[in-house]
Design a protein around this ligand. Structure first.
Ligand SMILES: [Zn+2]
Length: 260
């Protein structure tokens, strides 16, 4: 599943689409599901060109002289520009590209195209998406912002669930959350608002270092815990058998020995 790191690769790829006049936009009924009725990209984008490629969490934002064109990538969405893929292969992606999985296409006057490729059909294109529904971006998250994101009433939700809540912190997905909590030595089941000050600082440092390191390594699936996410998997730090549970609706692996 594309997480913040993959969307950042897509954003970099999309910079190659800047300054090129848009000729037409095609969107299928899946990718167009979240569009406001009556506002089709092909009605508002042709004749314009993209002027900036931004990202907030897992939302890619392509600015024009007019509306902002937004793209979400769901479980298996990939971005292609002029035939080049943003990343070779997503961990849960098909590993191949097929024309029938192209859900949206921005065609340029110069003959090239920016494509949303998505077998599972959960990716969406948007016009002027509401960025305020997203919390602060995980890449630039300050300690104060993390503290604010973990605030809750007396019985806060599980820490892992809160880290996945895009309205609180934008960009962290399932694999990154498990890797971060494992490195920080904090249980995913802890109430999110019950961290000690030193744990909060440690988690903040780890969020930054995991994003920086795994971005260089090649994506969300390159964490140290990744190879042990299976029945019988052992903690790479201490060899203890990993536990598995569903937390925040997602399969979660952690080490009961050193994650407290
Ligand atoms: Zn361990």
């Amino acid at each position: 599943m594309p997480e913040i790191l993959e969307i950042e690769y897509y954003r970099q790829l999309a910079e190659g689409a800047l300054g090129r006049e848009i000729k037409s936009v095609e969107v299928d009924r899946y990718a167009g599901k979240s569009l406001t009725p009556g506002i089709r990209p092909n009605d508002v984008l042709p004749g314009l060109s993209f002027t900036a490629a931004r990202r907030k969490g897992k939302l890619l934002l392509l600015e024009t002289e007019g509306p902002v064109f937004g793209m979400r990538f769901g479980m298996t969405g990939g971005l292609l520009l002029d035939g080049l893929a943003g990343i070779d292969r997503l961990e849960y992606g098909p590993g191949t590209y097929e024309t029938k999985w192209i859900r949206a296409s921005v065609h340029f006057v110069d003959g090239g195209a920016l494509l949303l490729h998505d077998p599972r059909r959960l990716g969406r294109v948007l016009i002027d998406p509401d960025e305020d529904r997203l919390g602060p971006d995980a890449f630039a998250l300050s300690l104060n912002e993390l503290r604010g994101a973990l605030e809750a009433r007396s019985d806060g939700p599980a820490l892992k669930a809160r880290l996945l809540d895009q309205a609180k912190i934008a960009g962290i997905g399932n694999l990154l959350a498990d890797e971060m909590l494992w490195r920080a030595g904090i249980s995913p089941l802890r109430p999110c608002n019950k961290l000690q000050p030193d744990e909060l600082k440690r988690l903040h440092r780890v969020i930054r270092s995991v994003l920086t390191q795994l971005f260089k390594r090649g994506g969300s699936h390159t964490g140290d815990l990744m190879s042990e996410r299976h029945p019988g998997g052992a903690c790479p730090k201490d060899g203890h058998a990993l536990h598995r549970a569903t937390v925040g609706g997602r399969t979660t692996w952690w080490c009961p020995k050193h994650q407290k």
